[in-house]
Design a protein around this ligand. Structure first.
Ligand code: PNS
Length: 167
C-alpha cells in the first residue's frame, strides 16, 4: 500500500494545489492532504474551514482524504504509515526552501522520502498569498481557485475588513 501525504497551509487551496493533488493521487494508492494547523501564523481561514474547502474539491477523487495536523510533518506521516511526502515546485525560487525541508525531514525520519511535482505551466505563478492579495483589492480570482472556494475567500476578506474597522 503506497500512501503519501501532501502537506501545506492551503490558505486557501488553489488550482495549483488541486493539480498536484490530482496528479499525485494517480501514482499512489492513497493520498492524504495534510492541512497544517499552524498556531504561530495567523491564517485567513481557520483550519476547519481549510479542511472543509479541500474536502469539497477532492470529493470526486476516491483515494484522497483530507486531515489537519500540527507538530512535525514526519510524525504525522509516521502516524499515518505514509512513506512519501508530496510537494509541488513552481520555480527555482521554491527550490532552496523545499530542498532544505525535504533534507531535514529525511534526517528526522529516513523512512519518509519527499517527491516533487513540477507545477503545471498554467499554474506556475499561483500562490495562496497572491490569491488573497488579489481578492483583497477586489480582483477576479475565479481563474486561481476552485469555483466552490471563490466566494468563501471574498466573504472571509470582507469579514476581516469589517473586524478591522470595528477595532
Ligand atoms: O503550504 P506551505 O505553507 O508552504 O506548507 C509548509 C509545510 C506545512 C509543508 C511545512 O511548514 C511543514 O511541514 N510544517 C510542519 C512542521 C515541520 O515538520 N517542519 C519541517 C521540519 S523542521
Amino acid at each position: 500500500m503506497k500512501r503519501a501525504v501532501y502537506p501545506g497551509s492551503f490558505d486557501p487551496v488553489t488550482l495549483g494545489h488541486l493539480d498536484i493533488i490530482k496528479r499525485s493521487a494517480k501514482i499512489v494508492d492513497e493520498l492524504i492532504v495534510g492541512v497544517l494547523n499552524n498556531k504561530s501564523k495567523t491564517p485567513l481561514f481557520p483550519v476547519e474551514n481549510r479542511v472543509k474547502m479541500l474536502e469539497e474539491v477532492v470529493k470526486d477523487i476516491p483515494n484522497v482524504k483530507v486531515m489537519s495536523f500540527d507538530g512535525l510533518l514526519v510524525d504525522f506521516a509516521k502516524k499515518l504509515d505514509a512513506q512519501i511526502i508530496v510537494r509541488g515546485l513552481r520555480a527555482v525560487t521554491d527550490f532552496e526552501y523545499e530542498l532544505q525541508m525535504s533534507q531535514t525531514n529525511l534526517v528526522l525520519n529516513k523512512d519518509v522520502d519527499t517527491i516533487f511535482f513540477n507545477t503545471s505551466l498554467e499554474y506556475s505563478y499561483l500562490s495562496s498569498s497572491t490569491v488573497k492579495e488579489a481578492a483583497f483589492y477586489g480582483a477576479d480570482i475565479s481563474g486561481f481557485v476552485p469555483e466552490s472556494v471563490v466566494n468563501q475567500v471574498y466573504d472571509k476578506i470582507k469579514e476581516k475588513k469589517k473586524e478591522k474597522r470595528n477595532e
